[in-house]
Design a protein around this ligand. Structure first.
Ligand SMILES: CCCCCCCCCC(=O)SCCNC(=O)CCNC(=O)[C@H](O)C(C)(C)COP(=O)(O)OP(=O)(O)OC[C@H]1O[C@@H](n2cnc3c(N)ncnc32)[C@H](O)[C@@H]1OP(=O)(O)O
Length: 141
């Protein structure tokens, strides 16, 4: 997806998180390592960064799933646009300042609403769980 200035996944945003999400079976996964200044509580990741990671990874999961639904597996179609409608997070354990893994699944699709479940894990342990509703924008008339 270029050009892409998204704070979460934009490769063209040098100040962003630059996450890269990809399919692994029925899940969309991403490995990502925090920068030192993204700290919140001593030794642990700032919660807003976890939220941003889950937000962007979930919306990208919905976006990619919407592409697959119309038989488009590899080419970004800018007419398919997705935004976060709502996001509910449960912070289960503090997130250590080292590599994390995001794992997302599409729970269901209702019309333009994509219900995504995403876990943020550290060393295989789920630290944050997110329920995200991504909404596909109405196609431009
Ligand atoms: C380059 C690629 C980069 C891709 C990655 C991007 C990741 C970025 C993630 C983000 O940060 S997105 C920015 C944060 N989100 C926003 O700014 C969204 C702001 N809100 C809106 O634009 C509109 O409110 C929205 C598009 C979400 C809904 O407006 P619509 O006019 O399309 O909705 P409508 O009222 O027609 O409702 C359609 C359905 O969605 C439901 N709905 C609407 N808003 C909702 C909401 N906020 N949460 C959950 N459901 C919602 C609504 O109940 C209804 O359900 P039903 O069909 O079952 O009746």
């Amino acid at each position: 997806m270029r050009p892409n200035g998204c704070f979460g996944c934009g490769q063209d945003n040098p100040y962003g998180l630059q996450i890269e999400s990809h399919w692994e079976g029925d899940e969309v996964v991403c490995q990502w390592t925090p920068k030192e200044y993204m700290i919140g509580p001593p030794n642990y990741l700032y919660g807003g960064i976890s939220a941003s990671l889950i937000d962007c990874h979930s919306v990208n999961t919905a976006l990619s799933y919407a592409h697959k639904k119309v038989g488009n597996d590899d080419k970004y179609d800018r007419s398919i646009q997705m935004v976060t409608g709502s996001m509910n997070l449960r912070y289960i354990k503090p997130v250590p300042m080292r590599e994390v893994e995001l794992r997302a699944t599409v729970e269901k699709v209702e019309g333009r609403k994509y219900f995504i479940k995403t876990e943020l894990q550290s060393d295989g342990i789920t630290c944050v769980r997110g329920d995200v509703v991504a909404i596909q924008l109405k196609a431009a008339q």
